[in-house]
Design a binder for this molecule. Structure first.
Ligand code: ASP
Length: 574
């Protein structure tokens, strides 16, 4: 509603956001899903109504009818700021007790309180806006995929375990005592079966469940945009879903992303950025100093398999305190480095380092050349086992990127990571695990390594990464039974175990399985990135807390003895 509606009769219904009483006048801010409108009651105009309005409290639900009038004191901050409603009829539809926190943009409610009363939190603009954004994105996803002839098919929620690598949530079956369903970690095997069934383009915006330790960007139940296609190569899949991401950014955010997206192999990402999801909003590549930093009697370097460094622009002015902070940062248990060496390339041309005792200035300058350091730059060096050191340098690189203000939330740097290893060696269990999942196909030229060196096999697997966040990942699948058997064998399954767990899929492959591949995007992460948030919680209507609890409905909770008996379940110690 705006000034052009002046003089019109309107009816509004909503919640009382704010009440201001002046002498002879009451102003009410009435809030509904679409915004806030000011209602005005005057004692001189209608004293019965005026007294009625005086009874209103915060969050009362009312209906008001009246005339749109121009306001005397305008509020440019809101869409209805030039008008108010001179109320002629007021109906109090419901009263409300005082809410436990203020329902304002800047609320006084802490996290726990807001989660317990999530339905009140959802009345706040910020949270409602996130859900509106989520809705719009879901519509655009459907629009794009429907336009590309994808069919939305629902798959079951009570299934058998899908080996995505996390723990399953399980559900006891009353009708089959002692047996359990698992909730899907993803619809992976079902979408593959749909391909066997001839549905050549499938998608689903679908809930998935993983029993993992929680972090800001993880919830025990989350939503995927799950997709699969038949008769495609990796190139076809990348192009199709690059299209989806580009469409979403354009339609929802008005941002046009440069195409084609950058491509980088897993190997290159690890070597240059210490991560398989590099944040490419800034460069600051990791450089290898192993060859030029050994043999000086500095024991941390001389015994190291790998020495690497990053160059932070314009950070040579870092103080002792700042450098100590960085050392503490890399020594945190999550990162686990032993220490950090620095070299300052001062503006005045001098060079200063924490290893001056071991390295002459000339040698330090040679490092500077490798890293293309300029006067004013700071080089940070770490050493140790190769892969671990790269990952630590990757973390340090992100930290320096943040400190240097190079990670702007409104800049987007998308890329595809390709050529992931098919298998990962697990020291603990002394066997190979599938890096993606067991249905991912190897590169044909690497198949011979199944016999000689399985760790070398590269997969037809890919991830879509934006700003250091893995938004989605997928692969071209194995579609013939013998290769799938080889894969299961390499993963340590006996033929009986493979049959017991995945017999249905291998059997399906005997009936004419088309070549196929797909991808799944994390919908919550995508929405939170669009909303400029770090956590996915505020883009989910009813999220769980870090302990996996829904504190509003108080779940999980115990169930009645009778229910347990029916399920044939006994709780330990009871
Ligand atoms: N099911 C896979 C996942 O959830 C995605 C895929 O391979 O399509 O990671």
């Amino acid at each position: 509603m705006n000034i052009s509606h002046s003089g019109q009769q309107v009816m509004l219904a909503g919640w009382v956001q704010r009440i201001r009483k002046l002498s002879g006048m009451i102003f009410i801010d009435l809030r509904d899903r679409y915004g806030v409108t000011q209602l005005v009651f005057t004692e001189a105009g209608n004293d019965v109504l005026y007294r009625e309005a005086g009874k209103l409290g915060r969050e009362f639900v009312v209906r008001a009818e009246g005339t749109v009038c121009e306001r005397s004191s305008k509020n440019a901050k809101i869409a209805t700021g030039e008008i108010e409603i001179a109320v002629e009829r007021l109906t109090i539809l419901n009263s409300a007790v005082t809410p436990p926190f203020t329902i304002e943009d800047e609320t006084d409610g802490g996290d726990d309180l807001r989660m317990k009363y999530r339905y009140l939190d959802l009345r706040r603009n910020a949270v409602r806006n996130n859900l509106e954004l989520r809705h719009r994105m879901a519509q655009e996803i459907r629009r794009y995929l429907d336009g590309e002839r994808f069919l939305e098919v629902e798959t079951p929620v009570l299934i058998k375990s899908t080996p995505e690598g996390a723990r399953d949530f399980v559900v006891p079956s009353r009708m089959n005592p002692g047996m359990f369903y698992a909730l899907p970690q993803s619809p992976q095997t079902f979408k593959q079966l749909l391909m066997v069934a001839g549905f050549d383009r499938y998608f689903q915006i679908v809930k998935c469940f993983r029993d993992e330790d929680l972090r800001a960007d993880r919830q025990p139940e989350f939503t995927q945009i799950d997709c699969e296609m038949s008769f495609v190569t990796q190139e076809d899949v990348l192009r199709m879903f690059e299209g989806l991401i580009v469409h979403l950014f354009r339609a929802v955010k008005g941002v046009s992303l440069e195409q084609p997206f950058r491509r980088m192999t897993f190997e290159e990402a690890m070597n240059s950025y210490g991560s398989d999801k590099p944040d490419l909003r800034f460069d600051m590549k990791i450089h290898d100093l192993t060859a030029c930093a050994q043999g000086s009697g500095f024991s941390a370097f001389d015994g190291a398999a790998y020495i690497g460094a990053v160059c932070a622009p314009a950070c040579a002015s870092y103080t002792r305190k700042q450098l100590d902070e960085l050392t503490a940062f890399v020594k945190r248990p999550q990162i686990g480095a032993q220490g950090l060496v620095y070299v300052k390339f001062n503006e005045d041309g001098s060079v200063q380092s924490s290893v001056d005792k071991f390295f002459a200035t000339d040698r330090l300058r040679a490092w500077g050349e490798v890293l293309q350091a300029r006067p004013g730059d700071l080089i940070l060096v770490m050493s140790g086992e190769r892969r671990k050191t790269l990952i630590r340098l990757g973390e340090l690189r992100l930290e320096m990127g943040s400190r240097c203000g190079l990670r702007d939330k409104n800049t987007f740097a998308p890329l595809w990571i390709t050529d992931f290893p098919l298998l990962e060696w697990d020291e603990e269990s002394k066997r190979f695990h599938a890096m993606h999942h067991p249905f991912t196909s190897p590169k044909p030229e690497d198949v011979p390594y199944f016999e000689s060196d399985p760790g070398r096999i590269r997969a037809n697997a890919y991830d879509c990464v934006v700003n250091g966040v893995e938004l989605g990942g997928g692969s071209i699948r194995i579609h013939d039974e013998p290769l799938q058997q080889t894969m299961f064998r390499t993963l340590g399954f006996t033929p009986e175990q493979a049959e017991e767990q995945f017999g249905f899929l291998m059997n399906a492959f005997r009936y004419g399985a088309p070549p196929h591949g797909g991808i799944a995007f994390g919908f919550d992460r995508l929405v939170s990135m669009f909303a400029g948030l770090d956590s996915i919680r505020d883009v989910i209507a009813f999220p769980k807390n870090n302990a996996g609890r829904d504190v509003m409905i108080d779940s999980p909770s115990s169930i009645a003895g009778e229910q347990l008996k029916e399920l044939g379940i006994m709780i330990n110690g009871e």
